[in-house]
Design a protein. Sequence first.
Length: 383
Amino acid sequence: MTRPRSGDPVRIRKGLDAKAAELGFAACRIVAPDGALPAGLRLESWLAAGHAGDMAWMAETRARRADPRVLWPQVRSIVMLTMAYGPEGDALATLRAPDCGNISVYARHRDYHEVIKGRLKQLGQWLLAQAGAGEIKVFVDTAPVMEKPLAAAAGLGWQGRHTNLVSRAGGSWLFLGAIFTNLPLAADAPEEDHCGSCRACLDICPTAAFPAPYQLDARRCISYLTIEHKGFIAAELRPLIGNRIYGCDDCLAVCPWNKFAARAQLMQLQARAEMVAPPLARLAAQDDAQFRAFFAGSPVKRIGHARFLRNVLIAIGNSADARLLDAALAHLHNEAALVRGMAVWACGRLASPAKCRELAAQHLPGEQDAGVRAEWQALGEEA
Ligand code: B12
Ligand code: SF4
Ligand code: SF4
């Protein structure tokens, strides 16, 4: 079998940077497939500590994640890319409006997976055309690829204490994408850590999800709890979630390197106005079809209506706004146990003790689900 030609490497490299910029990428760097192997060992420690929670897919794919050559034995170079999605204004402003839901910046616009994947394919095809041979595979987020360590090894930035990639030119608001190719391309040098003595991201975390700098226990992270976790959220963590109904941005938003961050360049990655501070009462009143229509094209739709309502009801419970009690009461009969359970909790936070006792007496005897029964019992004990 003949190995793919690489064309004129200097010309291709210059052209690659220019083409990546034309497609909306913020930066483009190259890493060898074995350029980030220590990350695989750290992945093992992370899994062993239980920090992945119930994301079983992280352990199931560990061998491919740890080494890109297991994922695709022919890979000879990896082109790593960043795309800026910096928000307009203060990313945390909605946290000060407890009757509204805070959707994290990455989900306030079109699903970035779709936006980036199409552009990665275009860039990869351009590369193959220049080289006159070769193959590519493109990945963004969902494949078993350790994108952050690969991006750091490629020199796009460094993994900050919050574990995400930060760059001096682009701050924390960056999506990552990868093009694997069997073409031999010269690797770039890695970037150094520029966190210095800063620990702003560790200190702001509402749930103390960092057991140590550079390590995240996903089981405490609001992003994991509101997006990945499918079941009831532990009672002690619910009050800490505030009005964050989908993801969390606190640790990204405080990073001082964001003063250099570019706002989202692509129209598709600019926030839809109605996603910035949607009223909780309006979200709680949506039926499944309205939920799907409202979040059409957004990653929020991926978690489904029941899990989303769970999050909205926790935010309602945290609102301290008695006007939202009706919105919680309306879900005490919801067909999903997950939603009923969080409606009970929200009622317990907003209703008077007498009303709580009355509701428990009315609903507990007929409740079949063990999880929801436990919520009623807890409410009865507190009231
Ligand atoms: C699983 C996952 C999650 C999980 C776990 C996050 C995590 N930190 O691992 C959850 C659901 C919590 C999550 C949340 C978020 N995610 Co996420 N997630 C992923 C995913 C799919 C895999 C990440 C992974 O491999 N984790 C396993 C751990 C072991 O790897 P690691 O974080 O790199 O861990 C390193 C450190 O612990 C380090 N380390 C350990 N000890 C030490 C000591 C020293 C001294 C040093 C230097 C390093 C170090 O070594 C490890 C290996 O490099 C990636 C996409 C992908 N395919 O890579 C997106 C990804 C990381 N997520 C992303 C985003 C945007 C988010 C959120 C901001 C979304 C939001 N707004 O809610 C939050 C941020 C939370 C946070 N602080 O990390 C982006 C990050 C972009 C960037 N600039 O880095 C990614 C890359 C998706 C993408 N394609 O853009 N995510
Ligand atoms: S995303 Fe939020 S909860 Fe998760 S680590 Fe960052 S600040 Fe903490
Ligand atoms: S907030 Fe500070 S410690 Fe955290 S990633 Fe940014 S520079 Fe590093």
